[in-house]
Every structure is written in structure tokens, then in C-alpha cells.
Design a protein around this ligand. Structure first.
Ligand SMILES: CC(C)(COP(=O)(O)OP(=O)(O)OC[C@H]1O[C@@H](n2cnc3c(N)ncnc32)[C@H](O)[C@@H]1OP(=O)(O)O)[C@@H](O)C(=O)NCCC(=O)NCCS
Length: 261
């Protein structure tokens, strides 16, 4: 069993370490080459104020977080495009540590917001993003990237929720700096069965995964225009997941036009 304590989280530097990120990206998502973020984009990201933060076991890169700067309605923010941890090092808290290192760096450089998209069918990612990091979601993007070559997508449309991580919000500061989880009234639950992973992986059962995706898509698209947001996530003993939807009592927002969505 790898030792999480022996892993060092730090900024990646230089072509060799960026190349290690590209290789790990390929290993984790198993994308066709055409879908890979190439070395050049890592170089550009570092030059223009993005983030490439690695998790290292000795000299070996075993995880990374990659972000690029963005701008909405006159506000600079960070868009985190990838978070990856090598399979044999998962569930040791390294994904969370990489995100916390992103937050520290973002705050030091004056950012208030980090965003990323995530597949709402991925129960583990939803738990990490909403419960462990305190992100919220109130935007839904249908087939965001078009069809993907990654087997993780299971041939389904690439629907994504947008995670908004308001780094200085009460919600995030209370959770991360004071260990106080947020409380709110749950107005709606949107459920994801634990079998979703096996359904996505099997050609015969994929229609069942597609059905859950369609049902949940309709529920998110109905809830968000009513001012509701994903504020919590719960898992039961069988590892089923459910998004907890309610009204956020904070006003953080970089209002944007439809073009900037
Ligand atoms: C997403 C990813 C980066 C997480 O990395 P990690 O180091 O395993 O993450 P952590 O250990 O910090 O947190 C994982 C959490 O999910 C929980 N978890 C693990 N398996 C789970 C499952 N099947 N269902 C629900 N939750 C699960 C863990 O218990 C842990 O929560 P906890 O801290 O409350 O115990 C990693 O799984 C990965 O590389 N996945 C493939 C790429 C990907 O999907 N990237 C993210 C989208 S861009």
C-alpha cells in the first residue's frame, strides 16, 4: 500500500515534468491521441498564469492538477481542466490535497473562483467536489465536449455539471479552514445508482446508464433556472449517490452573458 504521507505536492517545473503529466493523462483517461492535452498546452498554461501542480512519490509523478486562467464579466478566475491520480494511489486523499494546493496558490495570487466541469454520473467525483471541497453547481452543459474517446465516458454524451469553487465563501472557509460542513434545506434529490459504473462499461447495459443520464439531465435543467443549486451530496451504504439541491444563501457570482457560458 503506498504511503500518502511520503508524497510531495508541489508545482511541476520544466519540460520533463510536463511530459510526465501528458503520459499520466494518457494512462488515466486512456484517450485517443487526438483528445490529449499536448505538452505545448502545459507550457502555455504555466506561462500565462495557470497551474500545473504535481503529486510526487520520489521523482515519480503519480498525480497532477492542471488549470488555465479565464475571464468572465471582467473577473479573472481559474478553470481547472484536469485532476488525475494514478490508479494505485487513489483513495489516499491525494486528489483532495492537489485541489487544496490549487486553492492555496489561487488565493495567494488573488483569485476568488476556480471552476471545473465534472461528469454527474461519477459518484466518487461528485462526493469529492461537493462534500470534501465545498464546490457548488448550478450550471449544466449537455454533451459538453461532444463524444469522447475515453472509456471512462462509456460512449455516452459528455454531459457535465460546472463546479464553482468560491474560495473565500463562508461555505468553503467554514468547511476547509474550520471543519464545519454547510447546512441548508434540501428541496430536491437527484439520484445516481451505484451500478452506473458497470452499466457504462458494458455495451449491453449502457442504455440503462443513458436512461439515468437523461432523467437526471432533465431534473438539473429544470432545477437550475429556479435558482436552485447543488449544495450537498450523499452516499448510502450500497454506494448509491444523490445530489442534494437547495438554495445557496451566499451571493458569490460572476454574472455572465450567454456567449461566455
Ligand atoms: C478523481 C480522482 C482524481 C480522485 O483522486 P483520489 O486521490 O482518489 O481522491 P481522494 O482520495 O482525495 O478522494 C476520493 C474520495 O472519494 C471517495 N470514494 C472512493 N470511491 C468511491 C466510490 N466508488 N463512490 C463514492 N465515493 C468514493 C473516497 O472515500 C474519498 O472520499 P473521503 O475522503 O470522504 O473518504 C481520481 O479518482 C482519478 O484520477 N480519477 C480519474 C480521472 C478523473 O475522473 N478526474 C476528475 C475529473 S477531471
Amino acid at each position: 500500500m503506498p504511503e500518502a504521507a511520503a508524497i510531495v505536492i508541489r508545482k511541476c517545473e520544466g519540460i520533463e515534468e510536463f511530459n510526465a503529466c501528458v503520459a499520466l493523462q494518457k494512462e488515466v483517461w486512456n484517450f485517443a491521441d487526438v483528445d490529449l492535452i499536448p505538452l505545448r498546452m502545459f507550457v502555455v498554461s504555466q506561462k500565462i498564469g495557470g497551474q500545473i501542480i504535481g503529486a510526487f512519490a520520489g521523482d515519480e509523478l503519480i498525480g497532477f492538477a492542471f488549470s488555465i486562467p479565464g475571464s468572465r464579466a471582467g473577473h479573472a478566475y481559474l478553470h481547472s481542466h484536469m485532476l488525475a491520480v494514478r490508479n494505485s494511489y487513489r483513495n489516499l486523499g491525494l486528489g483532495r490535497k492537489l485541489k487544496l494546493a490549487q486553492r492555496d496558490d489561487a488565493l495567494q495570487r488573488g483569485f476568488e473562483l476556480m471552476e471545473w466541469t465534472f461528469d454527474p454520473l461519477e459518484i466518487k467525483n461528485a462526493h469529492l467536489n461537493i462534500v470534501r471541497l465545498g464546490a457548488i453547481a448550478r450550471r449544466y452543459s449537455v454533451n459538453h465536449y461532444g463524444y469522447s474517446s475515453s472509456p471512462l465516458q462509456g460512449g455516452l454524451p459528455t454531459d457535465r455539471l460546472v463546479a464553482e469553487w468560491w474560495l473565500k465563501s463562508k461555505r468553503v472557509v467554514n468547511l476547509l479552514d474550520r471543519n464545519q460542513p454547510p447546512s441548508f434545506q434540501v428541496e430536491k434529490k437527484i439520484e445516481v445508482p451505484a451500478q452506473i459504473y458497470t452499466w457504462k462499461a458494458s455495451v449491453d447495459e449502457r442504455p440503462r446508464a443513458a436512461e439515468v443520464q437523461k432523467r437526471n439531465r432533465e431534473q438539473f435543467l429544470a432545477a437550475f433556472p429556479q435558482g436552485l443549486a447543488v449544495l450537498g451530496y450523499e452516499r448510502d451504504k450500497q454506494d448509491n449517490g444523490a445530489f442534494l439541491v437547495g438554495r445557496w444563501d451566499e451571493t458569490w457570482s460572476y454574472a455572465c452573458t450567454a456567449d461566455e457560458e
